[in-house]
Write a protein that binds this ligand. Structure first.
Ligand SMILES: Nc1ncnc2c1ncn2[C@@H]1O[C@H](COP(=O)(O)OP(=O)(O)OP(=O)(O)O)[C@@H](O)[C@H]1O
Ligand SMILES: [Mg+2]
Length: 344
């Protein structure tokens, strides 16, 4: 095996039981150097539990987590916790000692992580500038807003310039501007060769920043792939077509059934896993059509041509919504998992 084939982090048959609850269920995953991996799943899926085992805060009931050392040997985080010195963690909403200033806190964490003393001062400034809290350097944390504390949590995780950055819901409580900032910080970290493993509910954020997503439900890994690959696995794609003028309610039925007929070769059976009965819907809230089609490359053009030819609708946009696609993948995979489990 060549060095680049050795994963930086390896989750191996990882399982965690809390009494009767199996929070993480035989989880296997490999993360390679320089990747940004997003762990997504519904509440209670086991994301935080998996991350806490990676941080060696919780011990696995079965299986193990391995991290590559400088000699390219995989080390178990339980038996060799020193391997985590090159990692930084943000887990849950940080609960800082509020009487300290941002500067004092970061200095404290840098010391905890044995960051070289002669570099601490400049590193603190650098990180505070990165998270745009430099002006607040000497202010006490107790006057910080929730979002500012969350950003300080990110600063704490990266203060010692770790190779691996592990973040549990880094964007929780952040406003849109701060979420964009965090996204850019993560991309910058990646550019500097860091590897990032994050859990999030924010599908859009995940799709914007992550190379691959790991979808988990009830502790088990359902899928792990690039979003584009996951989309290919999904037998359903959606086109949104927004209109200049709304369709009058009396015309909606006739237009939709005419279009179902004309577009029939390009549409697919509505998934048995969704509530949607028809292939084409008119959604007044977006003043547009939602069309479930076969996802083939040339089909979009054929659908657009048919819409122009067969209707008087004035089309102002025609696109496949990316976030929506990810939501659909997410819902579809979780629903399939539930159906499969029920059958067991
Ligand atoms: N210390 C604990 N004791 C008992 N059960 C726990 C403990 N921690 C987590 N659990 C259970 O393990 C399961 C997974 O929880 P976990 O916090 O890992 O989920 P999560 O994916 O992070 O959810 P969320 O999206 O809500 O943060 C849940 O059923 C939870 O109740
Ligand atoms: Mg959690």
């Amino acid at each position: 095996m060549s060095i680049s084939e050795i994963p930086l982090i390896k989750f191996e048959n990882l399982t965690k039981d809390f009494g009767q609850i199996r929070a993480v269920d035989n989880f296997n995953l490999e993360v390679y150097e320089g990747e940004i991996i997003g762990l997504i799943g519904p509440n209670g899926a086991g994301k935080t539990t998996a991350i806490k085992m990676l941080a060696n805060i919780l011990t696995p009931s079965q299986g193990r987590i391995l991290v590559k050392d400088k000699n390219n040997k995989l080390q178990d985080v339980v038996t060799n916790p020193k391997i985590l010195q090159e990692s930084g963690f943000l887990i849950d909403i940080p609960n800082f000692y509020e009487g300290m200033t941002a500067y004092e806190l970061l200095k404290y964490f840098a010391k905890l992580q044995n960051y070289p003393k002669n570099m601490v001062e400049s590193r603190i400034d650098e990180v505070l500038q990165l998270i745009e809290l430099f002006e607040w350097k000497h202010q006490k944390v107790k006057i910080f807003s929730k979002g500012m504390k969350q950003k300080l949590g990110l600063a704490q995780a990266i203060i010692h310039d770790p190779q691996i950055v592990v973040l549990d819901e880094p964007q929780i409580g952040l406003d849109p501007k701060a979420r964009i900032d965090v996204r850019n910080i993560l991309k910058d970290l990646q550019k500097n060769g860091k590897t990032i493993f994050l859990a999030s509910h924010m599908l859009y954020e995940i799709s914007e920043v992550c190379d691959k997503i790991a979808l988990i439900n009830l502790g088990a890994l359902l899928e792990f792939d690039k979003i584009s690959e996951l989309e290919k696995k999904l037998p359903m794609h959606e086109i949104r077509c927004t209109l200049l003028d709304p369709i009058e309610s009396k015309d909606v039925g006739p237009i939709l059934s005419m279009l179902e007929d004309k577009l029939n070769p390009y549409l697919i059976e509505a998934s048995t896993y969704t509530n949607q009965q028809h292939h084409i819907l008119y959604d007044p809230s977006i003043q547009g059509l939602k069309i479930l089609y076969d996802g083939k490359d040339d089909t979009q053009d054929k659908i657009l041509t048919t819409l122009k030819k067969e209707t008087d609708l004035k089309i102002i946009s025609f696109f496949t919504p990316k976030t929506h696609q990810l939501e659909r993948i997410y819902m579809d995979l979780i629903k399939r998992d539930e159906v499969k489990r029920r059958k067991k």
